[in-house]
Each structure stands twice: as C-alpha cells, then as structure tokens.
Write a protein that binds this ligand. Structure first.
Ligand code: HEC
Ligand code: HEC
Length: 449
C-alpha cells in the first residue's frame, strides 16, 4: 500500500499545478502591441467580435479541449501545435478516429492580418469565425458532422453544458452561460487572432529602418539583404516577385490570385487539385531551432526551402496558373523562368529565415491549459494552487484524499470542505477559504487510481 501511494504522488502533483485558469488574473491578449508599420486595413477582426481577454481565454480552452471531438481524443491543438507555429510536422494530420485530413495543416501565426479574409488553402470559409467550427463538424477531424451516423454540433453543445468550466467561461465572456455555435466561433477566432508575432529578425530590422520595407536594413547581413531585394522586386526588375502575392510586412496572401502551380493532392501525386489559392503568412516557415515547422504547401510536397524555391524558379504550367507566375502575364501560355542562380536561391532562403519569431512558441497564454488527463481548474478569487507536495490516500478506491495542509491552496474555507474533482470537470472557488489541517479534499482523478 505504501509503495503504491508513493508512485502516485508526482502524478497528482503535476495535475493540480498545471491545470488552472485564474479568472481574476487573465493573460493579456487584447492589449498586445501591434507595430505601427502594419497597415490598418490588414486587420480582419470584424466589428461584432472585438477581442477580450476572457473571450480569448475561452477560445484557448476550446482550442485545447479534446472533449470537443467525438471520442475526446483530438483537439484543434492536436493538428495546430504551438511548438510548430500551430501547424503539424506530418504531411497530413490524424483525426479523432484515425482518419486523415485531405491537406496539410496550416500555421496559425498572424491569421488576424490579411487582405484575404477567406480561410483554408482553398479559401472556402468566408471568415475566420466561419472557419473555426468546421473542423469540429468534419467527419474525419473531430466527428460532430451530423452525417453517416455521427451526432451533430447540438449534441456537442449538450456535452459542453455538462462540463463544469464551460458555463462559467461563457457567462464571463458573453454575459449569459448559453453555449451556441456562434459564441464558440467568436471565442475561437479571438484566440487565433491573438496569436500575433512581430519579434522576428525581420521586425527588428524593419523597425530599425523606420518601418520602410524598401530601405537597406542595417541589421541584415549582405546575404539577407540580397534575399529581401529578390523577394520584394518584381520579375521584370530582376526580382523573384514573391511580394506581389505574399505582401510584406505581414506576408499574407493577396486576395485576388490563382494557383501557384502546386496542384497535386496530398498522398496522391497522380491526383490534381486546382483549388488551392490561399497560403498562411510566410512567417515562421522555420522553427527557431532551424528545422521546418512542417512541409510546405497544401499537399506538403516541399520538405526543404530549396525545393520550394526551385518550384518558383520554373513552376509547371496549368491553365489556372496565376498570371504573375507566367511569362507574359495573364495571357501567357508558359510559366515563368526566373533563372535564379544558386547564390540567389541561397539569398532568398536566408531572407525567409529572418521571418521566424520566438515568443509564439513558448508564451504560456497560447499553451495547453489542461492537465494530462484533460482536467482544468477555474480559480476565482484569491486562490492559488502553490504547493505540489500532496499526500494522497488511495485506500478509498478511486477517491484520493488529499491532506489539505499540504495542497497549498492559500485561502480561507470552513473545516472539512470536501470537493469532488473528476477528470474533465473543474472546481470553481468562488470565495476566499483556507483548508485547515485535517480538512480533506476528495479528488477523483483519472490515472491516479
Ligand atoms: C485533424 C487535424 C485538424 C484539427 C483537429 C483541426 N485542424 Fe485546423 N486545419 C487542419 C488542416 C489540414 C487545415 C487545412 C485544411 C484545408 O485547407 O482544407 C486546417 C486549417 C485551419 C485554419 C485555416 C488557416 C488559414 O490560414 O486559412 C484554421 C483557422 C484552423 N484550421 C483552425 C482550427 C480550429 C479552430 C480547430 C478546432 C476547432 C482546428 N483547426 C482543428 C487540420 C486540423
Ligand atoms: C501568384 C501568387 C504567388 C506568387 C507570386 C508567389 N506565391 Fe507563394 N504561394 C502562393 C499560393 C497560392 C500558395 C498556396 C499554394 C498551395 O499550397 O497550393 C503559396 C504558398 C507558398 C508557400 C508555402 C506556405 C506554407 O505555409 O506551406 C511558400 C513558402 C511560398 N509560397 C513562398 C513563395 C516565394 C518564396 C515566392 C517568390 C519566389 C512566392 N511564394 C511567390 C502564391 C504565390
């Protein structure tokens, strides 16, 4: 008995410490500074969904909550991982039931900034709000499709009504605790729009140059500067013409364009798909550790930057190829031939590497709020779970009695307060309390019994 007890101590400690959101001290999502060189007309925030810290916090919970998939195994974050700029290194991603997505997952960095307001590689979602609940209702991704025997979104909403943290989070975000698809969309879109990144070498150099993209960047090496010139200049001026579609300083996609010659289907190189005309921002193609955040393009067909540059050097022709990638513009019948030298390709690559930031990869405000068992505490008031030195009594079967004096909740409460804590639910502490020596927290924690 004693041995078993010791085995469980570290597990329970991690659970209680990692999984809490303090409603009285939220992360700052709304107040983030956007550099003045970002044009105002690139912000796709609609009038009816201004960001709030609580709304983005709810969005964070939704984004990381596996209970939003049919069998509670997959969350948005399964395919959009913070450590990879909210993408996936796999070519296609695995859904809740082992099925795969049809395309490569997209990075979600600076999704807020773009002239193109439609989302997905094929721009089929009219807005970010519209996009956000589609994965939940996708047959393969999260499974509340309402087709082929799957339940629909209403059944997810009734599930969410029984998850204790949701009514409180919806109440605080929207004034009532009613859960609707629109409110889920608002919160998820707020969280995604909060993922902003302007701390790359490019940003530092641009700010240093007074926000003038075309100025010489004193902070760039000669190679990076030469790469920038290639990226920015049109083909007829000796450049590679990238900026015509992926416009600096946000490197978002022009809202009027056709395909870029990458027309195969992920996992089926013989198939053809001409519909992909949107790209996420070209920021953070590469991780701070130097590796790619995933293969590039909708079909993940390029696994090195050089392969991607070689593609643009002389893309294969198709009838829907964008005019900017043809010789002779829209009416051209041949694709462009940039004839980039090896040095020029190196330069372009060096420039693209300057677009990687660092904060998005580690900032806790975009990290997983849940513990490894999918549980979450909402703390409201002066409570703080501080001390991991728990003692657990497993003699009561599933129930873990945790001696209160060691749990380190720094508040006042009546003696013998008893709280049932189940995986997947949360305890909301509504008033100050102190667990005194001898009082007991009864916890039922999956994985600890
Ligand atoms: C099973 C993997 C998977 C899950 C789960 C998933 N996504 Fe995605 N996501 C993808 C893939 C793949 C794409 C590109 C799909 C396409 O274009 O057809 C994508 C695209 C997106 C885009 C479009 C980005 C852009 O710039 O156009 C957004 C936003 C997004 N996902 C948000 C979410 C949210 C929010 C959730 C959870 C509700 C979620 N995703 C769940 C794989 C996933
Ligand atoms: C005609 C507009 C256009 C031009 C010009 C253009 N691109 Fe693209 N780019 C696209 C489109 C459209 C996509 C998405 C294609 C897809 O996945 O099918 C894309 C995707 C990409 C991607 C993949 C992004 C990701 O998240 O996987 C990279 C990298 C890229 N382009 C770099 C460049 C570079 C470098 C240049 C200049 C040599 C360039 N592009 C010129 C339209 C353009």
């Amino acid at each position: 008995m004693k041995n078993r007890l010791l085995t469980f101590l570290p597990i329970c400690a991690v659970i209680l410490l990692s999984a809490s959101i303090d409603l009285t001290s939220l992360f700052d999502y709304d107040g983030q500074t956007i550099p003045s060189y970002v044009p105002n007309n690139r912000d796709n925030t609609p009038n009816n969904n201004d960001m709030t810290d609580i709304g983005a916090t709810l969005g964070r919970v939704l984004f990381y909550d596996k209970k939003l998939s049919l069998n509670s195994t997959v969350a948005c974050a399964s395919c959009h991982q913070q450590q990879f700029a909210f993408s996936d290194t796999a070519t296609v991603s695995k859904g809740f039931n082992g099925g795969f997505t049809g395309r490569h997952s997209m990075r979600l960095v600076n999704a807020r900034f773009g002239r193109e307001e439609n989302f997905f590689w094929d721009a089929r979602a009219a807005t970010l709000e519209d996009q956000t609940t589609r994965p939940i209702q996708d047959f393969a991704e999260m499974g509340f499709s309402g087709t082929n025997g799957q339940p629909d979104l209403d059944s997810l909403i009734s599930r969410m009504n029984d998850i204790s943290y949701y009514p409180t989070l919806f109440q605080n975000s929207f004034g009532t605790n009613t859960i609707t698809e629109e409110r889920m969309q608002f919160a998820l879109a707020q969280f995604i729009r909060s993922i902003v990144s302007f701390d790359s070498k490019y940003d530092e150099a641009l700010a240093n140059a007074g926000g003038d993209e075309d100025a010489d960047f004193a902070l760039f090496s000669a190679v990076e500067e030469a790469g920038k010139d290639l990226f920015m200049a049109n083909q007829n001026a000796g450049g590679a013409g990238c900026d015509r579609c992926h416009n600096a300083p946000t490197f978002d996609m022009d809202n009027d364009r056709n395909n870029n010659g990458v027309i195969t289907v992920a996992g089926n190189p013989a198939g053809t798909d001409l519909t992909n005309t949107r790209s996420p921002s070209l920021r953070d193609l590469v991780n701070p550790d130097g590796s790619l955040n995933g293969p590039m393009m909708h079909d993940g067909s390029f696994t090195t930057i050089r392969q991607m540059i070689d593609h643009y050097d002389n893309p294969p022709f198709n009838n829907n190829l964008d005019g900017r990638l043809r010789r002779g513009g829209d009416d051209g019948t041949q694709s462009q031939n940039l004839n980039l030298s090896e040095t020029e390709k190196d330069n372009l690559e060096a420039f693209l590497l300057t677009l990687t930031g660092s904060n998005i990869y580690t900032d806790e405000k975009w990290s997983d709020p849940f513990d490894t068992h999918g549980a979450l505490f909402l703390l409201d008031g002066d409570c703080e779970v501080t001390n991991a030195n728990l003692t657990a009594d497993i003699s009561g079967g599933q129930h873990q009695s945790i001696a209160s004096d060691t749990i380190g909740i720094d508040c006042n409460v009546a003696n013998n307060a008893s709280v049932l804590y189940q995986a997947g639910t949360s305890i909301t502490f509504n008033e100050d309390f102190e667990l005194e020596l001898g009082s007991v927290l009864t916890a039922q924690i999956a994985g600890c019994n």
